[in-house]
Design a protein around this ligand. Sequence first.
Ligand code: F6P
Length: 331
Amino acid sequence: MRRIAVLTSGGDAPGMNAAIRAVTRKAVQEGLEVVGVQRGYQGLINGDFIELKSRSVGDILQRGGTMLKTARSEEFKTQEGMSKAMLMMKSYQIEGLVGIGGGGTFKGLAKLAEMGMPVIGIPGTIDNDLPYTDFTIGFDTACNTVIDAMNKIRDTASSHERTFVIEVMGMKCGDIALHTGLAGGAECIIIPEIPYDIDAICEKMLEGMRKGKGHSIIVVAEGIIEKVADPMMASHGSAHYIADQIRNKVGMEFRVIVLGHIQRGGAPSVRDRVLATRLGARATELLVSGVNDAAVGIKDEGIVRFPLKEALAMSKSVNMEIYRLVDEMSI
Ligand code: F6P
C-alpha cells in the first residue's frame, strides 16, 4: 500500500480534525502518501483532493469543524455515484480510505468495501448514536457545550423562578439529553427512545413547587418531535411542543431555548482529542496491516473493531442507570 485517502462526511463534530491529523501522521510514519478528500463523498466523486503532509495537519488539533469540509451527498447514494467515486480513487492510485463520520458515512464505506476498496470507519458525530462504540468523537465536547449553556440558563432561571425547556440535538438517540440532564441537574429529560407521560412530568413540576423549588429545567432531545403525528404541532419543534403541553397544566412561567448548532462547534475537549487521536492512528495501522473492512471504536477504554456491516447492524440501548438517576437526583 502506497497511498491512502481520508474524508469527513455528514454532520461535523469537534475532534474530526484531530482524527485527520492522527490518520495523516501515522500514515507518514508508515511511509504512505495521504490524500485529503474535501467535502465528503461528493469530493470523492469530483476528485476534490488535496495532498496531506505532516505539516499540513499542523495547528488543527484544537480546532472544531473539519479542515476537509463535509457534505451529505445525494449522488453518492446512487450506484452510478459510487462507481464514479471508485474510478476516481483508482485513477489517483488510492489504495485505502478512512472515513470519519456517523451512520450514513459508514453505510457509504460498507458499499465501497463491497466494491473492493479497503476502508476503515472512525465514529465522528456528536449524537453518540453508533451502538458498537461507547463514545463517538464530538459527543463529549457537545455535552460540555450544553452544560456551559445550562449553567448560564440556571442562573437566570433561579433569579426569575422560571422553568426552562432546553432542546438539545439527537434525532434518534437521546444521549446528549441523557448525559447533560444528569450532569446539569435537570428535573426531567425527554428522549426519543423512551415514551414519556406529560401528566407525570406536570405532577413532578408541581411537587417540586410544593417542596419549595423555585425553578426547573427540562431537557428535551430534538428527535422526539419525529413521533408527533400532527404536522402543525410538529413544526414548532420538540421543546416548544413540550412546553406548550405543560404550560397550561402547571401555572409556571416558561421559557424555551433551542441550543441548535452551537453544539456542533468549538474546540474539542481532552476526551475527544484523545479518542480521535487513538482511533485515527489505529485506523491507519489497520489499513497498513491489510484489514479491508472495519469500524473502529472504544469499549471500556480499549479500542475495538468490527466489520462495518456488523457494526451497523447492532442496536443501542439507553443507559437506564443514568436515566433513573436523573429522576432520583431531582427530588
Ligand atoms: O450530526 C448529527 C446532527 O447534529 C443531529 O443531531 C442533527 O439532527 C443533525 O445533525 C442536523 O444536521 P444539519 O444541520 O447538518 O442538517
